[in-house]
Write a protein that binds this ligand. Sequence first.
Ligand SMILES: NC(=O)c1ccc[n+]([C@@H]2O[C@H](COP(=O)([O-])OP(=O)(O)OC[C@H]3O[C@@H](n4cnc5c(N)ncnc54)[C@H](O)[C@@H]3O)[C@@H](O)[C@H]2O)c1
Length: 339
Amino acid sequence: MFCFREKKSRIIGPGLVHALSSASSSQTQRFTTPSVPPRAHFCSALIFSLFTEESLFFFYVRLIRRLAGKIAVITGGASGIGKATAAEFVRNGARVVIADIQDDLGRAVAAELGSDNACCYTRCDVTDEAQVADAVDLAVARHGKLDVMFNNAGITGSPGWPPLGAVDLADFDRVMAVNARGVLAGLKHAARVMVPRRRGSIICTASATGLCGGMGAIAYSASKATVIGLVRAVAAEMASSGVRVNAISPYAIPTPLALATVASWHPERGLSAEEIKRMVEIDLNVMYGTKLEEEDIARAALYLASDDAKYVNGHNLVVDGGTTVSRSAKNPGTSTPKE
Ligand SMILES: NC(=O)c1ccc[n+]([C@@H]2O[C@H](COP(=O)([O-])OP(=O)(O)OC[C@H]3O[C@@H](n4cnc5c(N)ncnc54)[C@H](O)[C@@H]3O)[C@@H](O)[C@H]2O)c1
């Protein structure tokens, strides 16, 4: 009986359980509370139950707005995957701070998404630890807490895909400074404010190139493998503090970053923007009947950010249509610019 009541109360809310049992039981209730007609009692309990934490109403709100009340910082949120994720998070009830170096674009995206204080922009170069700390502190100052940190800003480095003998170590340092060191700064400062609250979700954008050689330039691939390594290195420490840390590894999506990169692999071919987009979107695509879009990554981030993933920690969520578990020499992804 107790279990039944408890289960029922979890589903429909304690107020409604009370009302249902009162209304359906004997007339005793009518004698003990003569001034409140049973129907009124039932209705008020029903209305009350709608607004209790466990009610169907809030269950429904959580179902359609999976980040209701959560605060997020998204680095690289002015464009591509970060922008799509900011939109998805806001749609799901989160308040988002976009942290980027493209000021005009970042402000425009924030204004587009930001009705009712839902989204704002701050300049943040992730290679500068102090600026990452400031972006985190801004979220806390503005909203009182930080629930989700999406370390997503990234670059691919100098144009082209140099073979090992031509690798420019200065370019390697630049790529690592944004993609790896920037992520470490985001992990460190998000944890600084999340650990005292003993909750939070940190998500880092890695890449399929971090799992598999021959898919991108050496510096970029190494930086993304480092992101996966960082996530694994800190996940256990964070678990004991109640904070989750995960990675997402996307495959090719025609964002400004990917389009510029693929164009730089074939400078001699003078490809049009349409042809380059087609290469990323269609030629590299491994899945029949669909294609990979920014929104697919945004939904993966939504899952990892939400309480649906409450026990998912140290994971690398690969969104690549199976590319990295099935690549063969004939796969279009293996074609390099050297030919
Ligand atoms: N598009 C793809 O095919 C693909 C695949 C795998 C992984 N990724 C990764 O996804 C992430 C997002 O890239 P995207 O594809 O959306 O490209 P994008 O160019 O649309 O977005 C990248 C954003 O990062 C910002 N940024 C760059 N350097 C920064 C810095 N120092 N500080 C703060 N912000 C900075 C840029 O201004 C830009 O807004 C990157 O980490 C990228 O490596 C992309």
